[in-house]
Design a protein around this ligand. Structure first.
Ligand code: 13P
Length: 257
Protein backbone atom coordinates (compact mmCIF):
# COMPACT_ATOMS: atom_id res chain seq x y z
CA UNK A 1 0.00 0.00 0.00
CA UNK A 2 1.24 3.48 -0.87
CA UNK A 3 1.78 5.83 2.06
CA UNK A 4 -0.18 9.06 1.54
CA UNK A 5 1.95 12.18 1.29
CA UNK A 6 0.88 15.76 1.87
CA UNK A 7 3.36 18.48 0.98
CA UNK A 8 2.97 22.19 1.63
CA UNK A 9 4.46 24.26 -1.16
CA UNK A 10 4.89 27.63 0.51
CA UNK A 11 6.07 29.27 -2.74
CA UNK A 12 7.54 32.75 -2.13
CA UNK A 13 5.87 33.24 1.24
CA UNK A 14 7.18 33.51 4.80
CA UNK A 15 10.31 35.11 6.19
CA UNK A 16 12.52 32.91 8.34
CA UNK A 17 10.83 34.16 11.52
CA UNK A 18 7.38 33.57 10.03
CA UNK A 19 8.38 30.11 8.84
CA UNK A 20 9.60 29.15 12.30
CA UNK A 21 6.33 30.36 13.82
CA UNK A 22 4.23 28.45 11.29
CA UNK A 23 6.09 25.16 11.78
CA UNK A 24 6.00 25.59 15.55
CA UNK A 25 2.22 26.06 15.30
CA UNK A 26 1.70 22.89 13.25
CA UNK A 27 4.36 20.47 14.41
CA UNK A 28 2.73 18.67 17.33
CA UNK A 29 -0.69 18.42 15.72
CA UNK A 30 0.82 17.00 12.52
CA UNK A 31 2.94 14.48 14.42
CA UNK A 32 -0.21 13.18 16.11
CA UNK A 33 -1.75 12.15 12.77
CA UNK A 34 -0.78 8.58 11.90
CA UNK A 35 0.14 7.03 8.59
CA UNK A 36 0.50 10.15 6.43
CA UNK A 37 3.82 11.63 5.35
CA UNK A 38 3.94 15.39 5.82
CA UNK A 39 6.46 17.65 4.12
CA UNK A 40 7.14 21.38 4.39
CA UNK A 41 8.60 23.11 1.34
CA UNK A 42 9.59 26.60 2.50
CA UNK A 43 11.62 29.15 0.57
CA UNK A 44 15.36 28.39 0.55
CA UNK A 45 16.17 31.00 3.21
CA UNK A 46 13.98 29.28 5.79
CA UNK A 47 15.01 25.69 5.03
CA UNK A 48 17.82 25.33 7.62
CA UNK A 49 15.64 26.64 10.46
CA UNK A 50 12.66 24.53 9.46
CA UNK A 51 14.91 21.46 9.16
CA UNK A 52 16.24 22.04 12.68
CA UNK A 53 12.69 22.30 14.04
CA UNK A 54 11.65 18.95 12.58
CA UNK A 55 14.95 17.13 13.11
CA UNK A 56 14.44 13.69 14.64
CA UNK A 57 10.72 13.69 13.81
CA UNK A 58 8.97 12.06 10.91
CA UNK A 59 8.18 15.46 9.35
CA UNK A 60 9.95 16.03 6.05
CA UNK A 61 11.49 19.09 4.44
CA UNK A 62 11.63 19.85 0.75
CA UNK A 63 13.08 22.53 -1.48
CA UNK A 64 11.01 24.12 -4.24
CA UNK A 65 13.71 23.74 -6.88
CA UNK A 66 17.40 23.00 -7.40
CA UNK A 67 20.02 23.31 -10.11
CA UNK A 68 21.60 20.19 -11.57
CA UNK A 69 25.27 21.15 -11.43
CA UNK A 70 27.32 20.12 -8.40
CA UNK A 71 28.98 23.52 -7.92
CA UNK A 72 30.50 26.33 -9.92
CA UNK A 73 29.90 29.77 -11.33
CA UNK A 74 26.09 29.69 -11.43
CA UNK A 75 25.07 32.87 -9.68
CA UNK A 76 21.87 32.54 -7.73
CA UNK A 77 21.52 28.78 -8.03
CA UNK A 78 21.43 26.07 -5.35
CA UNK A 79 23.06 22.69 -5.96
CA UNK A 80 21.55 19.27 -5.22
CA UNK A 81 24.19 18.67 -2.55
CA UNK A 82 23.28 21.92 -0.81
CA UNK A 83 19.61 20.96 -0.85
CA UNK A 84 20.40 17.45 0.40
CA UNK A 85 22.18 18.88 3.44
CA UNK A 86 18.78 19.82 4.87
CA UNK A 87 16.05 18.26 2.75
CA UNK A 88 14.75 14.86 1.77
CA UNK A 89 12.38 16.13 -0.94
CA UNK A 90 12.52 18.61 -3.79
CA UNK A 91 9.73 19.93 -5.96
CA UNK A 92 10.76 19.85 -9.62
CA UNK A 93 9.08 21.37 -12.64
CA UNK A 94 6.32 23.27 -10.91
CA UNK A 95 4.18 25.03 -13.50
CA UNK A 96 5.22 28.42 -12.11
CA UNK A 97 8.84 27.54 -12.79
CA UNK A 98 7.95 26.34 -16.27
CA UNK A 99 5.93 29.49 -16.94
CA UNK A 100 8.07 32.23 -15.38
CA UNK A 101 11.59 30.78 -15.24
CA UNK A 102 12.02 28.96 -18.49
CA UNK A 103 11.93 25.38 -17.22
CA UNK A 104 11.45 22.85 -19.97
CA UNK A 105 10.84 19.12 -20.05
CA UNK A 106 14.57 18.75 -20.58
CA UNK A 107 15.65 20.81 -17.58
CA UNK A 108 13.04 19.02 -15.48
CA UNK A 109 14.54 15.68 -16.47
CA UNK A 110 18.09 16.86 -15.65
CA UNK A 111 16.97 18.14 -12.26
CA UNK A 112 15.22 14.88 -11.43
CA UNK A 113 18.39 12.93 -12.20
CA UNK A 114 20.52 15.32 -10.12
CA UNK A 115 18.10 15.05 -7.20
CA UNK A 116 18.09 11.25 -7.34
CA UNK A 117 21.89 11.19 -7.40
CA UNK A 118 21.75 12.94 -4.02
CA UNK A 119 19.07 10.66 -2.57
CA UNK A 120 16.46 13.38 -2.69
CA UNK A 121 12.91 12.33 -3.52
CA UNK A 122 11.66 14.47 -6.41
CA UNK A 123 8.08 15.69 -6.39
CA UNK A 124 7.67 16.04 -10.14
CA UNK A 125 4.94 18.41 -11.26
CA UNK A 126 2.86 17.99 -14.41
CA UNK A 127 -0.39 19.56 -15.54
CA UNK A 128 -2.17 21.26 -18.38
CA UNK A 129 -3.24 24.86 -18.93
CA UNK A 130 -6.85 25.93 -19.31
CA UNK A 131 -6.28 26.39 -23.03
CA UNK A 132 -5.04 22.82 -23.44
CA UNK A 133 -7.87 21.50 -21.33
CA UNK A 134 -10.45 23.30 -23.42
CA UNK A 135 -8.83 21.97 -26.57
CA UNK A 136 -9.25 18.45 -25.21
CA UNK A 137 -5.49 17.96 -24.99
CA UNK A 138 -5.10 17.19 -21.28
CA UNK A 139 -4.36 13.53 -21.77
CA UNK A 140 -1.72 13.86 -24.47
CA UNK A 141 -0.06 16.84 -22.77
CA UNK A 142 0.24 15.18 -19.38
CA UNK A 143 1.35 11.90 -20.94
CA UNK A 144 4.11 13.71 -22.83
CA UNK A 145 5.23 15.59 -19.71
CA UNK A 146 5.45 12.37 -17.70
CA UNK A 147 7.31 10.58 -20.48
CA UNK A 148 9.83 13.43 -20.84
CA UNK A 149 10.35 13.79 -17.09
CA UNK A 150 11.12 10.09 -16.67
CA UNK A 151 13.39 9.77 -19.68
CA UNK A 152 16.39 7.60 -18.81
CA UNK A 153 15.25 6.68 -15.29
CA UNK A 154 15.24 3.10 -14.05
CA UNK A 155 12.09 1.40 -12.80
CA UNK A 156 13.48 1.43 -9.25
CA UNK A 157 14.04 5.19 -9.46
CA UNK A 158 10.55 5.80 -10.82
CA UNK A 159 8.98 3.63 -8.12
CA UNK A 160 10.36 6.00 -5.50
CA UNK A 161 9.12 9.21 -7.11
CA UNK A 162 6.22 11.41 -6.21
CA UNK A 163 4.39 12.85 -9.22
CA UNK A 164 2.07 15.79 -8.62
CA UNK A 165 -0.73 16.35 -11.10
CA UNK A 166 -1.47 20.05 -10.88
CA UNK A 167 -3.82 21.40 -13.53
CA UNK A 168 -2.67 24.99 -14.02
CA UNK A 169 -6.23 26.29 -14.17
CA UNK A 170 -6.81 24.99 -10.64
CA UNK A 171 -3.73 26.57 -9.04
CA UNK A 172 -4.52 29.52 -6.81
CA UNK A 173 -7.89 29.99 -8.44
CA UNK A 174 -10.07 28.47 -5.75
CA UNK A 175 -11.40 26.21 -8.47
CA UNK A 176 -10.09 22.70 -7.82
CA UNK A 177 -10.56 19.88 -10.29
CA UNK A 178 -13.49 17.69 -9.35
CA UNK A 179 -12.51 14.51 -7.59
CA UNK A 180 -13.55 12.48 -10.64
CA UNK A 181 -11.48 14.62 -13.03
CA UNK A 182 -8.44 14.50 -10.76
CA UNK A 183 -8.77 10.75 -10.30
CA UNK A 184 -9.04 10.21 -14.02
CA UNK A 185 -5.83 12.06 -14.82
CA UNK A 186 -3.91 10.65 -11.83
CA UNK A 187 -4.99 7.10 -12.65
CA UNK A 188 -5.84 6.71 -16.32
CA UNK A 189 -3.17 9.15 -17.49
CA UNK A 190 -0.24 9.50 -15.06
CA UNK A 191 -0.23 6.02 -13.52
CA UNK A 192 -1.16 4.40 -16.81
CA UNK A 193 1.73 6.18 -18.53
CA UNK A 194 4.17 4.87 -15.91
CA UNK A 195 2.73 1.37 -16.43
CA UNK A 196 3.17 1.59 -20.17
CA UNK A 197 6.73 2.95 -19.92
CA UNK A 198 7.79 0.51 -17.18
CA UNK A 199 5.51 -2.13 -15.68
CA UNK A 200 2.52 -2.47 -13.40
CA UNK A 201 4.46 -2.92 -10.12
CA UNK A 202 6.35 0.33 -10.82
CA UNK A 203 3.10 2.13 -11.59
CA UNK A 204 1.55 0.70 -8.43
CA UNK A 205 4.47 1.97 -6.35
CA UNK A 206 4.75 5.55 -7.59
CA UNK A 207 2.87 8.04 -5.45
CA UNK A 208 0.66 10.52 -7.25
CA UNK A 209 -0.53 13.74 -5.66
CA UNK A 210 -3.21 16.10 -6.80
CA UNK A 211 -2.56 19.84 -6.47
CA UNK A 212 -4.62 22.93 -7.20
CA UNK A 213 -6.89 24.73 -4.70
CA UNK A 214 -6.87 21.91 -2.16
CA UNK A 215 -8.62 23.08 0.98
CA UNK A 216 -10.30 21.40 3.94
CA UNK A 217 -13.69 21.51 2.20
CA UNK A 218 -12.60 19.42 -0.81
CA UNK A 219 -9.94 17.18 0.74
CA UNK A 220 -12.16 14.26 1.79
CA UNK A 221 -13.63 13.83 -1.66
CA UNK A 222 -10.34 14.15 -3.55
CA UNK A 223 -8.34 11.95 -1.22
CA UNK A 224 -10.97 9.23 -1.14
CA UNK A 225 -9.98 8.43 -4.72
CA UNK A 226 -7.77 5.36 -5.08
CA UNK A 227 -5.23 6.88 -7.48
CA UNK A 228 -4.78 10.10 -5.49
CA UNK A 229 -2.12 9.33 -2.90
CA UNK A 230 -1.77 12.79 -1.47
CA UNK A 231 -1.72 16.46 -2.19
CA UNK A 232 0.59 19.31 -3.06
CA UNK A 233 -0.97 22.18 -1.19
CA UNK A 234 -0.22 25.85 -1.90
CA UNK A 235 -2.27 28.57 -0.23
CA UNK A 236 -3.88 26.35 2.40
CA UNK A 237 -0.46 25.14 3.60
CA UNK A 238 0.25 28.67 4.85
CA UNK A 239 -2.56 28.44 7.39
CA UNK A 240 -1.71 26.09 10.25
CA UNK A 241 -5.31 25.13 10.98
CA UNK A 242 -6.10 24.42 7.32
CA UNK A 243 -3.01 22.30 6.67
CA UNK A 244 -3.54 20.28 9.85
CA UNK A 245 -7.15 19.69 8.87
CA UNK A 246 -6.15 18.64 5.34
CA UNK A 247 -3.74 16.07 6.76
CA UNK A 248 -6.36 14.82 9.23
CA UNK A 249 -8.97 14.49 6.49
CA UNK A 250 -6.45 12.61 4.34
CA UNK A 251 -5.73 10.12 7.11
CA UNK A 252 -9.46 9.58 7.49
CA UNK A 253 -10.11 9.29 3.75
CA UNK A 254 -7.41 6.62 3.52
CA UNK A 255 -8.80 4.72 6.52
CA UNK A 256 -5.76 5.41 8.70
CA UNK A 257 -7.54 6.72 11.79
P1 13P B 1 -2.87 26.31 -4.45
O1 13P B 1 -3.14 25.21 -3.43
O2 13P B 1 -2.64 27.64 -3.81
O3 13P B 1 -3.87 26.31 -5.54
O4 13P B 1 -1.46 25.95 -5.12
C1 13P B 1 -1.26 24.68 -5.63
C2 13P B 1 0.17 24.53 -5.99
O5 13P B 1 0.63 25.10 -6.97
C3 13P B 1 1.01 23.69 -5.14
O6 13P B 1 2.24 23.45 -5.72
Amino acid sequence: MRKPILAGNWKMHKTVAEAVALVTDMRDALLAIPGVEKVFCPPFMAIPDVARLVQGTELGVGAQDLYWEESGAYTGEVSPGMVAEFCNYVIIGHSERREYFGETDETVNRKIKAALAHNLTPIVCVGESLELREAGRTESWVTDQVRAALDGLTAAQVAGLVIAYEPIWAIGTGRAATADEAERVCGAVVRATVASLYDQPTADAVRIQYGGSIKPSNTAELLAKPNIDGGLVGGASLQAADFIQIVQLTAKAKGLE
